[in-house]
Write a protein that binds this ligand. Structure first.
Ligand code: UD1
Length: 344
């Protein structure tokens, strides 16, 4: 059984990926310091798959601890590195925290990989590296643009570090970088999902918290953009679809079918939806009318971005499948589930 180390494996995208890896027959070791996730996610993974992944409560910044972990689970076939801080606004206020967590965590892993004979790393990146693309849909050959936040810059810097390590030719290392568009939704079982800390900054958790009555109304950040209805456009990708892309990428790394030692893939649907369209889709899917008001633009927001996912479709053999209605329904089901726990 091939062994995959998943850092940040109890987090939002990490936990869904662990489920898909276990369903595909991989043995999974989760490393997470639970700074932005709950141990309940591990129980949720077990309820869905019938398998409890190995879990280590550890910070990737702890070099000695990580060294011991690599020794304990000798023979790791690949690493998926999710563990990182991801709140754009917080990164503006606490840049050092973001550079330390996101860059140093990766550096420790890249340092330890050759020491322990681990050759493959899949890195969790973001479409934020493209900024506002010159052409849409954006493909992987588009240039990266100056980041608009320290968070965005950490993704660019981490991509560059990986590129330099692979180019050094050291130890036959291989990497795949997945650039996610906007992940939303939850597992259809409602056993795992996103757990926002405090007031959500992302659109869908804010929508579901408004629908359940935790928030009075949703603020739509601007209706004067150069888009058909004036609101921003994003490519919303179902989190289970996104998780499956990791399994395709890991298979490719392990099969020895990578054309290049470093490959990039956009993981999106290829379809852009505006904020108003998303609100409407939520109302249709759930039958709930959503109170909202249009407010000023949010600083740093990109006007419109959606993926050209053809490379992932053709080369990885992966494709987004779940409809937006089904995805929003899964978010709603998850919100109802966590609301029960809030009351308990
Ligand atoms: C941002 C980051 C992205 C990161 C993601 C993870 C940038 C440019 N984008 O995505 O890289 O991976 O967060 O957290 O750094 N909106 C509202 N009202 C709200 C919340 C959002 O109208 O209450 C709108 C936003 O203006 C945006 C859309 O909804 O147009 C999506 O926003 P959000 O969910 O925060 O994601 P991004 O900003 O696209």
């Amino acid at each position: 059984m091939k062994k995959i180390l998943v850092t940040g494996g109890s987090g939002y995208i990490g936990s869904h990926t662990v489920v898909e890896l276990q369903n595909a027959g991989y043995k999974v070791i989760v490393v997470d310091n639970l700074s932005n996730s709950s141990i309940d996610a591990i129980a949720g993974i077990e309820r869905i798959t019938g398998i409890k992944p190995h879990f280590e409560n550890l910070d990737c910044l702890d070099y000695v601890g990580m060294d011991h972990l690599f020794s304990k689970y000798e023979g790791i076939d690949a690493i998926i590195h999710f563990a990182a801080s991801k709140a754009v606004g917080e990164s503006v206020e606490k840049p050092v925290l973001y550079y330390r967590n996101n860059v140093n965590g990766l550096m420790n892993i890249l340092d330890l990989m050759p020491i322990h004979g681990v050759k493959r790393i899949l890195f969790s990146s973001s479409c934020t590296v493209y900024g506002q693309p010159d052409a849409l849909p954006v493909d992987e050959t588009a240039p990266t643009k100056p980041a608009t936040s320290p968070y965005g810059n950490t993704k660019q810097v981490c991509e560059e570090i990986i590129r330099d390590v692979i180019n050094s030719g050291c130890c036959c290392m291989q990497s795949i970088i997945l650039r996610y568009f906007n992940p939303i939704g939850a597992h259809p079982s409602a056993e795992i999902g996103e757990l926002p800390h405090g007031v959500p900054t992302n659109l869908v958790p804010y929508i579901t918290q408004t629908a359940i009555g935790l928030r009075d109304k949703l603020s739509v950040y601007g209706d004067d953009y150069n888009t058909p209805d004036g609101s921003c456009i994003r490519d919303y990708i179902n989190v289970v679809d996104l998780a499956k892309a990791h399994v395709f990428a890991v298979n490719r790394m392990l099969n020895g079918t990578q054309d290049q030692p470093l490959e990039y893939f956009n993981i999106g649907t290829g379809k852009g939806l505006s904020v108003f369209e998303l609100i409407h889709a939520f109302e249709i899917a759930t039958g709930i009318k959503l109170p909202y008001e249009v407010v000023a633009r949010r600083k740093g927001d990109i006007e419109k971005v959606w993926a050209n996912p053809e490379r992932a479709n053709k080369i990885l053999g992966w494709k987004a499948e779940v409809s937006i209605e089904e995805t929003l329904m899964s978010s709603w089901k998850w919100e109802q589930k966590i609301n029960e726990n809030r009351k308990a």
